[in-house]
Design a protein around this ligand. Sequence first.
Ligand code: URA
Length: 251
Amino acid sequence: MTRTPITPGQVARHLRQQGELGGNPVFLGDLSAEEALLLVVGGRDKEISSKDPGTGADGVGTPPGSVLPDYEALRSEALACSRCNLAQTRTNVVFSDGNPSARLVVVGEAPGAEEDRTGRAFVGRAGKLLDLLLGTIGMARESSAYICNVLKCRPPGNRNPLPGEMEVCSPFLRRQIELIVPEAILALGAVSGQFLTGKGLPLGQLRGEVYSYGGAPVVVTYHPAALLRNPGWTQATWDDLQLLRQVLDGA
Ligand code: URA
């Protein structure tokens, strides 16, 4: 299939159209526009995902080679975790989605309702937009990205993570990144950006620079849920993704 890169204008138009469908975010109300864009950028390329040896049927996947036992042990530990009170309110621990052998690790804040229900990271409305954004730089979720969060369990009512929750949960993320050894990390939103850069700055001030976490370059951008509410941030998000693409290209 020939892949034509999509433009920030197309992403913005798509977000605007979705906004026009009603006050309540109905990003998934009509999938046809999104599906078309995903087809253009290859985000749903079954050929790629079926050839991907690292991704299991549940989309969580297992990395190849010597990393496997450690990764599986870490995942099992997280799935059984009761280090904080979120263990009492969660439906599922959301360890990851995508390909654990990917070059890119994407880090969000914490699972939402749909992620809590399914046990997979970024599968709700924000996740659909994330797929679209990753597609703009040729990084399909199934083959090229490993997607996870700072917190592995959903905070009730989607409230912000508490400092104590981040403290006990973040060692899972640290270890995930150590085991995956990505070529780049994309931080989505302020919670992830602040954690991975170690800087307590607002998101607008974190963007535009390349940081380092565990030896991997880190680029920070808007959380897709925030972008859904603020389509005016599309160009800035686009610029951040171009920076990430340059980092991945070794520029
Ligand atoms: N928002 C996040 O930060 N992570 C998810 O997995 C879903 C929504």
